[in-house]
Design a protein around this ligand. Structure first.
Ligand SMILES: Cc1cc2nc3c(=O)[nH]c(=O)nc-3n(C[C@H](O)[C@H](O)[C@H](O)COP(=O)(O)OP(=O)(O)OC[C@H]3O[C@@H](n4cnc5c(N)ncnc54)[C@H](O)[C@@H]3O)c2cc1C
Length: 398
């Protein structure tokens, strides 16, 4: 595995660190105290655009050929590894605020993996040099369908040149501020995953509405939003990949391919949160002269070791993704292991804080609440372990 990073990426990481210290951490603490996400018109987002952030990874016509790409990636980090490194740094400062960053977000991987060239142009080109902060969103989860995505009930019915969508979605990141949302629906619930279709639903489409920002225990810097689709009519050209894509029975695989790209990033974000908790725990232990206690030192060392091992798994999964090599097992391992290691770091921090942690105003206490969701999003830890077992010991599907 080649993990060299070039000077440009090193500089990007250093700049993020400065931004994190000066802006991201304070905004995250404020959002947590006020119990609401950073508002979409906050000047911080304009600043991000000026810094060249909030853009799509899609290069449009300038997309390098496979040969050029692999030569470049052999020299340095490809887009997935870059994403993993930047994600960890951002989450170190505040994972909630990091998810609120403008950009196509979780909506981007399915558009890249499944979309036609015309759809990439239509939905991603505005994110190439955005004139204002723009967001994309991804909505699979429903009140009755989380881990078991085959259970989604949002329906899609063809009507001439249009599709009519009906259903309820929940917990979609940045949905109420998004230019568009990738919405998963089914043409026939009896077909399970084979009936799934992905649509890009643009803001202000009649029938898309009832946005409600959900209450969360942590990660308050960004909005997780429920919404409804009521006879929501979208053009046939909003069906990602067009009908041919689903004739090849590739619909669900499209969603899964997205997750294989994003799970290592979720793992890396968990590592970032865990590292922040551990650094704060070491500071606290030093201030309170606890570092001389071998039991404390041993636990700090063990937690650091677990976080570093988890980080290597994330890097490996991303490195494979950059080479378009199968990474299902590695992506699931990264996602199963990193949040558990990060949770352990926050628990250790809480234990060291003692009564101070119970007051509810210490950074470690916030990170303790933030980290739980990392085990839930994009497939819970249990689901990752099932995926790993299916591949490694051929655990039957059901
Ligand atoms: C902060 C946050 C952000 C999110 N962002 C998004 C988003 O942007 N877009 C989106 O679409 N969704 C999003 N989600 C939803 C998330 O993907 C779901 O919460 C997740 O898939 C789990 O579904 P569930 O909550 O319905 O739990 P359930 O699926 O009901 O699971 C409950 C428990 O049962 C366990 N379980 C379920 N099935 C099995 C099984 N077969 N074997 C063993 N154990 C099992 C689970 O591991 C879990 O512990 C978000 C959720 C959170 C908390």
């Amino acid at each position: 595995m080649q993990l060299t990073i070039d000077d440009a990426l090193r500089e990007r990481l250093a700049n993020l660190r400065e931004l994190g210290r000066a802006k991201i951490r304070p905004l995250g603490l404020e959002a947590d105290r006020l119990g609401r996400p950073v508002p979409p018109d906050d000047p911080f987002y304009g600043l991000l655009l000026k810094l060249g952030l909030g853009r799509t990874r899609w290069l449009g016509g300038a997309e390098p050929s496979g040969g050029e790409r692999s030569k470049r990636e052999a020299r340095s980090a490809g887009p997935s590894l870059t994403g993993v490194l930047l994600s960890e740094e951002l989450a170190y400062w505040d994972r909630g605020v990091a998810v609120s960053f403008p950009g196509p977000g979780l909506g981007e991987p399915p558009v890249l993996a499944m979309g036609t060239e015309a759809q990439k142009e239509r939905f991603l080109a505005p994110f190439q040099a955005p004139d204002r902060p723009r967001w994309g969103s991804f909505a699979m989860t429903e009140p009755g369908a989380g881990s078991d995505v085959a259970a989604i009930r949002a329906s899609a019915r063809r009507d001439g040149d249009h599709w009519i969508l009906n259903g309820d979605k929940s917990f979609a990141a940045n949905a109420s501020r998004a230019d568009w949302i990738v919405v998963w629906a089914t043409v026939d619930p009896t077909q399970g995953r084979a009936g799934h279709r992905a649509f890009v639903v643009e803001r202000d489409t009649p029938g898309l509405g009832d946005f409600v920002i959900e209450k969360k225990m942590g990660l308050k810097g960004y909005e997780s939003t429920s919404f409804t689709l009521r006879d929501c009519r979208v053009g046939a050209d909003c069906l990602l990949g067009g009908e041919e894509h689903y004739a090849r029975r590739a619909g669900f695989k499209g969603a899964m391919k997205s997750f294989n790209a994003t799970r290592p990033m979720i793992g890396a974000m968990a590592v970032g949160i865990g590292r922040a908790a551990l650094d704060a725990a070491v500071d606290f232990a030093r201030e309170h002269e606890r570092l001389g206690d071998p039991r404390v030192r041993d636990r700090l060392e063990r937690t650091r070791r677990k976080l570093r091992s988890a980080r290597l798994l994330c890097w490996r999964a991303a490195w494979l993704a950059d080479r378009e090599r199968p990474n299902v097992v590695e992506a699931s391992m990264a996602k199963a292991i990193a949040p558990a290691a990060a949770l352990e770091a926050t628990i250790l921090g809480m234990e060291l804080l003692g009564a101070v942690g119970g007051r509810g105003d210490h950074l470690i206490e916030k990170l303790f609440r933030d980290v739980k969701a990392m085990d839930i999003v994009e497939g819970t830890g249990q689901i990752q372990r099932l995926i790993i077992a299916r591949h490694l010991v051929h655990l039957p599907r059901d």
